[in-house]
Design a protein around this ligand. Structure first.
Ligand code: SF4
Length: 459
């Protein structure tokens, strides 16, 4: 069959992958990793094309024209709570023109039965992008589907939610070459073009506000990852963003991967990890393997808050991890969650003070949203901070956010924007950034990203 992997058009620049949709907080736009992984799987049995309307900046009418020209029998599309009203209207039109539509995204991660009942255009909601369910659905082998909600031939809606206990997964090599070569933006990249690569799926930690912890955790064999990276290298790609949510969970495997990358000696890359995984041995191996930027989850300066949301580490552990990363020559990015119900003006101030004291290279603030399928969503609904029928949410903080016990939505957003300005608009910081830049390309990327970030947080 001719299958189209689609990132649909929209009014904003939306990131909809990995069950976690948002507006871009500055200017970045990665390859949607769900579609990257599915490209390998689907290409093993079908003729696959990719249309990423976000990367190509396509308006709905132009996107429609391109899709009609490609004439796919099946569309496998990302959807997101950040853009749900737009997504459903666009995909309903595609279905009306006779195409089968399967979708994946945060808004379908919970109560998919209801979504299918409400959206007659939707044939199936995938709930895992690293298995073979999409192939099974296209083959009609619905008995074998494990993690999806779909319509049976008699019209009934069937839910499959198999336990996510596996340790490993394999996917045919993702087809990066099907994705646009231009249009993706990543300010941490040292060189272009860059690729987005997944070496594991989900996360074994239980942080209660995070959807990734609800997906189970499994890793790809190192040999499969290397096959993918070698194909990228042969295609001239030397820069990689590893999308693993915690690089190094299985330590021996991470060290094996790093050793193989070090032996290749020509890749430069960025990865996420947790402060309590970032010990000297792992950081040294990552640096030798070409890692230049480490994104560390900080979340908050408050140990109480870290414990309440089951982060499993304290602010002291965060301080140690940043010190070690700097010692190994890595640039650091701290990610934070702001606007949890206990957040106050004082706790935001303490978090900013911590970010400044850690001398991180970049600060990334995520606004707490009641992500589908998370314990935090259950809590936010019980507290009356969110309503079940509110499907639109945005961790980027551009639109819908939650009030906290002491801050209304407007005040929360105002304080968050002020934090961004106070962090990024320090003359000493700007000077340090300029000094760290290697070459005009990187300067251009960082200026573009910085300007977009400040512009979004001006008031
Ligand atoms: S460690 Fe990170 S990715 Fe894993 S559950 Fe916690 S917040 Fe989510």
């Amino acid at each position: 069959m001719r299958v189209l992997l689609l990132n649909p058009p929209g009014r904003g620049v939306y990131i909809r992958d990995y069950f976690c949709s948002k507006t871009t907080k500055s200017n970045y736009l990665f390859h949607p990793v769900d579609l990257v992984v599915l490209s390998g799987t689907l290409a093993s049995e079908h003729e696959v094309a990719v249309l990423d309307c976000m990367a190509e900046g396509l308006a709905p009418r132009d996107a429609r024209r391109r899709i009609d020209a490609l004439d796919p029998a099946v569309v496998v599309s990302l959807v997101g709570s950040v853009s749900w009203d737009e997504d459903r209207a666009f995909l309903a039109e595609l279905a009306a023109s006779g195409r089968r539509v399967l979708a994946i995204g945060d808004v379908l991660h919970e109560d998919a039965v209801r979504r299918l009942a409400e959206e007659p255009w939707l044939e199936a909601a995938l709930d895992d992008f690293a298995n073979e369910d999409a192939l099974r659905l296209l083959r009609g082998a619905t008995d074998e589907v494990t993690n999806a909600t779909f319509r049976a031939p008699d019209g009934s809606i069937v839910v499959r939610d198999a336990p996510r206990g596996a340790r490993e997964f394999r996917v045919p090599r993702p087809r990066h070459e099907l994705f646009p070569r231009r249009g993706y933006r990543f300010s941490f990249a040292r060189t272009t073009p860059f690729a987005t690569v997944l070496t594991d799926y989900g996360c074994p930690y239980p942080c209660t506000f995070c959807v990734i912890g609800t997906l189970g955790f499994r890793t790809r064999p190192v040999a499969d990852v290397l096959e993918e990276l070698d194909a990228l290298r042969a295609d001239g790609v030397r820069e990689v963003f590893f999308m693993d949510q915690t690089f190094g969970v299985r330590r021996e495997r991470a060290l094996e991967l790093c050793a193989a990358l070090e032996a290749r000696g020509d890749l430069s890359w960025t990865a996420f990890t947790r402060p309590d995984r970032a010990d000297d041995a792992l950081l040294a191996a990552m640096a030798r393997a070409g890692c230049h930027t480490l994104i560390l989850g900080v979340e908050s300066a408050s140990d109480e808050l870290l414990a309440r949301y089951r982060k499993g580490y304290t602010a002291d552990a965060v301080v140690g991890a940043f010190e070690r990363a700097r010692r190994h020559g890595l640039r650091t990015v701290g990610t934070f969650i702001v606007g949890l119900p206990e957040e106050s003006a004082a706790s935001l101030e303490a978090t900013l003070e911590l970010a400044l004291a850690l001398e991180m290279d970049f600060m990334s603030l995520n606004v707490a949203v009641p992500r589908f399928g998370t314990p935090f969503r259950t809590e936010a609904l019980a507290l009356g901070l969110a309503r079940p029928e509110e499907l639109v949410m945005d961790q980027g903080g551009a639109s819908a956010t939650l009030p906290t016990h002491t801050l209304d939505r407007a005040e929360m957003l105002r304080l968050k924007r002020r934090m961004v300005r106070r962090f990024y608009l320090r003359p000493s910081y700007l000077w340090r950034r300029l000094r760290g830049v290697r070459g005009l390309g990187e300067l251009g990327r960082q200026l573009g990203e910085g300007w977009a970030l400040v512009r979004r947080n001006l008031t």
